[in-house]
Design a protein around this ligand. Structure first.
Ligand code: CTP
Length: 402
């Protein structure tokens, strides 16, 4: 039998004070059985539900809960733990801890460890249905998602309160599956080069004005980070955006216009195994850029002559060599599927990711996306997910073609 992808991994298991803490014992056993080394960090309330003796016996490590050990004065370093961990999983995550994590309220060891964690964080909420549905909880969960954390959604079912609804912590077996999937994917792109374009392009009219669009760059940045997390060497050619990446493995090349973006893509493309064209490139640029600000008083209503911008995806598509994979995006308002298929052919793409402006939660500026991946075999729709999760789906689909 192959060893579990969790074998030898360092996992910080955070446990909060909720009834579901009893399931954390099974989760801990399964992680240990899979070969992981687990350090339990429990909140003071967590100890009301499950004893540190049970947890330390199973993990073979003293359970960390306080900043200091009372009798020895030994300081527990959350920074060291944050560096040690290959991942952190908080199960169960209560509404209060989720709130503290979302807002940086570092008043216990679990939250300080979370804030120091350099690795990926998984959060498995568990609470009563009304707490789960409260706008405060949903907003805090969205904040955690926006920090790049993976939310392991709770199930709908019988709750400790006797009510039935959404709030049951995901079963330990399934949490282990999520973690195994994460580690199984890591380094699967080691040695591969990836080129991603992101954001809008700005086409100058005069020194203070431009033609642009609403693209936030979030999807392209999430794709670049996903590929880097899998071990690829990533070049991200980005138009002007406010989003940034904290991942030092992503090489960001900032550009402004479509022509600049094309020039940078032409440099990186020949050595790239995978290229993902996620930028919302302006189709037209002013034929001439005024060297001074166009003034209102001195001119008639100006007429700006436009010229066609180069099609970056099509230019690369025409130069594509066997073995190179080129993916594009299509954001459509109508005739979605047929427009996407037409672009797939015209630009010689291997796959195209379709977003419809008619889908709530898809498109510019949102943290979520709803996509359909289309290739020459057919189309595969996905449900609404966070842009980080969508990035993982897209990269999975691309990797299956390598
Ligand atoms: N694209 C590109 N260069 C352009 C225009 C688009 O690289 N000048 C890429 C986008 O990054 C995306 C795909 O082509 O991956 C489709 O972009 P889209 O704007 O939908 O296509 P267009 O060809 O511009 O078609 P239209 O605007 O008519 O829908």
């Amino acid at each position: 039998m192959n060893p579990s992808p969790l074998a030898g991994k360092h996992i910080v298991l955070g446990i909060c004070g909720g009834i579901a803490a009893y399931k954390s014992v099974s989760l801990l056993r399964l992680l240990i059985k899979a070969g992981a080394e687990v350090q339990v960090v429990i909140t003071p309330a967590g100890k009301q539900f499950i004893t540190p003796v049970t947890l330390s016996s199973l993990s073979q490590k003293p359970v960390v809960s306080e900043f200091f050990t009372a009798n020895t004065g030994e300081w527990h370093s959350h920074v060291d733990l944050g560096l040690w961990a290959d991942c952190m999983v908080i199960a169960p995550a209560t509404a209060s801890t989720i709130g503290k994590m979302a807002h940086g309220v570092a008043d216990n060891m679990l939250v300080t460890t979370y804030l120091s964690a350099k690795s990926h964080v998984f959060v498995a909420p568990a609470m009563d249905l009304d707490m789960m549905a409260h706008p405060s909880t949903t907003a805090n969960i969205e904040l955690l998602r926006s920090y790049g954390n993976t939310i392991i959604e709770p199930e709908t079912g019988y709750l400790a309160s006797g009510l039935t609804g959404k709030g049951r912590m995901e079963e330990p077996e399934n949490i282990v599956k999520v973690l195994e999937g994460y580690f199984a994917r890591s380094l699967t792109l080691a040695g591969k080069r990836v080129l991603v374009t992101a954001g809008p392009t700005y086409e100058k009219i005069d020194p203070v004005r431009f033609i642009g669009n609403y693209s936030s760059g979030k999807m392209g940045y999430a794709l670049a980070e996903e590929c880097a997390a899998r071990g690829a060497e990533v070049t991200l050619v980005s138009g002007p955006v406010s989003v940034t990446t904290k991942d030092p493995r992503v090489k960001v090349v900032k550009v402004e216009s479509a022509r600049e973006m094309l020039a940078e893509c032409e440099k990186a493309f020949p050595a790239s195994d995978i290229s993902i064209m996620c930028a919302a490139v302006a189709d037209y640029a002013p034929a001439a850029v005024a060297d001074r600000k166009i003034k209102r008083e001195h001119s008639e209503v100006p007429v700006i002559e436009l010229v066609k911008n180069p099609d970056i995806a099509a230019t690369l598509g025409a130069r594509k060599k066997p073995g190179q994979i080129l993916a594009g995006f299509a954001l459509e308002t109508d005739n979605e599927a047929s427009n996407a298929v037409e672009k797939l052919e015209r630009k010689n793409l291997d796959l195209i990711v379709l977003n419809s402006m008619r889908d709530k939660g898809a498109g510019f500026g949102t943290d979520t996306n709803k996509i359909t991946i289309i290739d020459r075999e057919g189309s595969h729709p996905y449900p609404l997910k966070s842009k980080t999760e969508v990035a993982a789906d897209i990269v999975d689909s691309i990797q299956s073609r390598l």
